[in-house]
Design a protein around this ligand. Structure first.
Ligand code: BGC
Length: 772
């Protein structure tokens, strides 16, 4: 007889043999948290036992008082109405022979705690009741324990919890199961699926770098790094004394703790001491975006230690870029920190204020950089599945995913369908394909891409986008959101919204044509090639003047049109001159917002202006990337001018200091400066395209990227006009080096070559001459 041994894979194909149950003592959103519990018997120990568990709300499980797993904010965040993750843990080591107790703590989480900014805030988005489902099986697959209405429930010491609120904990409370449970009949078990990504986990703790007291004797701790996470502290004192922690990203110009930008997010931790010995605390069901913590102590208590613990879903850094310019190095690190802080279950805009949403536009512009800096494959794939799940019946893509507004349209009736944002459904799968060679995500996303493209097409005037001005109307676009006009003022709508929207229709149509080609759907590929051509014709008719000047003479229109080949070839030299003139008018400062920014420097490279690209990149005034670094930023700001030159804060309520979008410039550093990228014809870095551009102001450059095949490493340096480019190509991959136009005298491993040269895996040295 063969003994059937249970594996995670075989388990994943079996439905959970348990019921979703809710604690009857739960008082609803914002009230005291509750737990579910059951005492059960295990006949022999040393067995392998597997727990599968999920919740409506957040859960944390304990067996015999020991925590199950080390992941946080479980079961994670998905479009819960369609997809709910469960976690799988081996828990044999936590069990003992005879009687055992399991406890499942429940928090409000994204499921029901208030989400959205004031005026558009919703509670109980996906449901009113927290609940959990759990099942324990032995190695033969027999069910040892399962949630059902025989479980008991009780209240936790967590007096209140919420994603934006934070957490209140009274350590004097005891856990007593005083109530029963009830099966949630309405729960649809077919929504359950194994967690698709790494769990949210703690990163190494950050110690206090500095501290001071304010006038009210509160201590402000500076951990030196903006991040998303929580503080962990140890305290000693009398029962009933309280420790209150507030969070802030910045000190204002006068050096005061300033968290006005959190808006309605209370982002507080309040801990009431039990008075017994040393007490350690960190929150269970919340996290914050902060660099500073302000601690108020009420009553008799002394804090004996405090650290900041960043948390993230991203655990494998795959990209580095360093050079001889310290501000650039810090910019790259700031981007990394903004990525880890905002890759918590969902790619969010920011981790601190009353949004923390999966804004599609932000993720779209950042996706390529995200894949260079970290292994983002599973993370972005999971999110794209949520984008698909939240697609509206008419094909519009939600502005934010998971979309809290979809089921509550009275609050924001048409909160979907912006170009540049909805195009995430096309751009992100294509980035995943190029980066990881993943055709499965293309196949999964294609139907949604088509519905999105048709939605935009129906709203257009034969390929010319006609954006509506109000976000309640179909066809509204965020345009080039936060685009600075002149020095740094933001107009809304941004310059050239209809041109930018038309360009994005073109970008997505092209991606669909390429996707269909990869998937072998020739008819679809032809249809979208034709559609892209129609959009281009419409664009040229409406926006490109016979002189090559664009109707909207702004940096974003030029950068996007040039980068995506929307300008007829014979006009490109003239258009390029107007583009440069637009940059000269802002004295080399950035004039682009969310969608124009990632295109700006690559477009300058495309017109053969690396020196101008370098000057725009490295200038240190506002708006510019390095301005914020010079002002001490440790993550990427939402606005170019978040803190103004005089130290004042621009628009305190609409200002995040941890928004990764503008960090999308790292894509330029990897692809144009370090000079490597995946060849879309042989994706996943099977074949690598090499074309470095020497930016002399960077001195020398070293960059690496761990692909799924192995490590790519490049290094360039110059001596006078001589440039040396050392590259290591991973096993099984090949690369083609193409000499950029203005360079000459190329050699590969000592031999001359003309134009381009293809090499196989291993270390190679290219040399070439820079122009005089
Ligand atoms: C968010 C974004 C987002 C934008 C929409 C903001 O409030 O923080 O980053 O993309 O709204 O334009």
């Amino acid at each position: 007889m063969t003994v059937h041994v249970l594996t995670r894979a075989s388990l994943a194909t079996q439905p959970l043999a348990a019921e979703m149950i809710r604690p009857l003592c739960d008082g609803g959103v914002g009230t005291r948290a509750s737990f579910l519990t059951k005492t059960f018997a295990v006949s022999s120990i040393g067995r392998s036992l597997t727990l599968r568990i999920s919740a409506l709300g957040l859960y944390r499980a304990f067996i015999n008082g020991h925590r199950v797993g080390d992941d946080l904010l479980t079961p994670g965040w998905t479009s819960y109405h369609a997809r709910l993750s469960y976690q799988t843990y081996d828990v044999g080591h936590l069990l003992r022979e005879g009687e055992n107790v399991i406890e499942i703590w429940l928090g409000d989480g994204w499921y029901r705690s208030p989400l959205g900014w004031e005026g558009a805030q919703l509670s109980n988005v996906w449901g009113e009741h927290v609940a959990a489902i759990a099942e324990l099986r032995d190695e033969t697959g027999d069910v040892v324990l399962a949630t059902d209405s025989s479980w008991r429930s009780g209240l936790l010491p967590i007096r209140k919890n919420g994603i934006y609120f934070g957490e209140t904990f009274d350590a004097r409370d005891q856990l007593v199961a005083t109530s029963g449970t009830e099966v949630v009949e309405a729960f649809d078990p077919s929504t359950l699926l194994p967690h698709e990504i790494d769990g949210v986990r703690e990163m190494p703790p950050l110690p206090v770098l500095a501290q001071f007291e304010d006038q009210e004797q509160r201590t402000i701790y500076d951990f030196g790094q903006n991040c998303a996470g929580y503080v962990s502290f140890t305290v000693r004192g009398q029962a009933g004394a309280r420790v209150i922690i507030e969070h802030a990203e910045i000190l204002d110009g006068a050096g005061n703790f300033n968290n006005a930008n959190l808006r309605s997010a209370a982002a507080r931790v309040e801990y009431t001491l039990s008075g017994v010995g040393e007490e350690h605390y960190k929150p269970t069901f919340s996290f914050f975006g902060y660099r500073y913590a302000r601690v108020t102590i009420e009553g008799k208590a002394t804090l004996t230690s405090i650290v900041s613990i960043p948390v993230t879903s991203i655990h494998a850094r795959t990209g580095t870029f360093t050079c001889d310019h310290p501000l650039v190095n810090r910019l790259v690190e700031n981007t990394w920190w903004s990525q880890v802080s905002n890759f918590i279950e969902v790619p969010t805009d920011c981790p601190q204020r009353d949004e923390r949403f999966g804004w599609t536009g932000d993720a779209q512009v950042f996706a390529r950089t995200a894949c260079y800096l970290a292994d983002s494959r599973a993370f972005l794939t999971k999110w794209i599945r949520d984008v698909i799940a939240d697609q509206r019946p008419d094909g519009g893509i939600s502005h934010v995913v998971p979309d809290p507004y979809q089921g509550h349209q009275a609050v924001l009736p048409r909160f979907y369908g912006s170009t540049g944002w909805g195009d995430a459904i096309c751009v992100v799968p294509w980035v995943l394909y190029e980066h990881y060679g993943d055709t499965a995500i293309l196949r999964e996303a294609l139907p949604a891409m088509l519905r999105w493209a048709d939605y935009m097409w129906r709203l257009s005037d034969n390929g010319l986008a006609r954006p509506a001005l109000s976000w309640d109307e179909p066809g509204f676009t965020f345009g080039d959101w936060l685009q600075p006009k002149g020095r740094s003022e933001k107009p809304l709508p941004t310059i050239g919204d209809d041109a930018a929207a038309t360009i994005y229709m073109f970008i997505s149509s092209n991606i669909i044509a390429k996707t269909a080609t990869v998937l072998g759907d020739i008819e679809c590929a032809e249809q979208f090639t034709r559609r892209a051509a129609l959009i281009k014709d419409a664009f040229v008719r409406e926006f490109v003047m016979p002189t090559g000047r664009l109707l909207y003479d702004d940096q974003t229109s030029y950068a996007l049109a040039i980068l995506h080949d929307l300008v007829p070839a014979h006009l490109v030299p003239a258009t390029a001159r107007y583009f440069k003139a637009a940059i000269a008018r802002t004295q080399g400062r950035i004039g682009t917002g969310f969608i124009g920014t990632p295109a700006l420097l690559p477009a300058l490279m495309k017109i053969g202006e690396p020196d101008l690209a370098s000057a725009v990149f490295l200038q240190e005034q506002v708006p510019g990337w390095l301005y914020q670094v010079k002002r001490g930023a440790t993550t990427i700001w939402e606005r170019w001018d978040a803190i103004q030159a005089d130290g004042s804060i621009f628009d305190p309520a609409m200002n995040s200091f941890n928004h990764y979008s503008y960090g999308a410039v790292c894509e330029f550093l990897f692809e144009h400066v370090a000079g490597f990228r995946p060849d879309p014809k042989r994706p996943g870095f099977e074949h690598i395209l090499l074309q470095p551009q020497i930016l002399p102001d960077l001195g020398s450059v070293h960059a690496s990227h761990r692909t799924e095949r192995g490590l790519i490493e490049v290094q360039w340096r110059t001596a006078g006009r001589d440039a040396t480019y050392d590259v290591t190509i991973p096993e099984g991959a090949s690369a083609t080096f193409t000499l950029a136009q203005r360079y000459s005298n190329g050699t590969i491993d000592g031999a001359m070559f003309d134009g381009s040269s293809t090499v196989s895996s291993g270390a190679h040295r290219f040399t070439f001459k820079l122009p005089p």
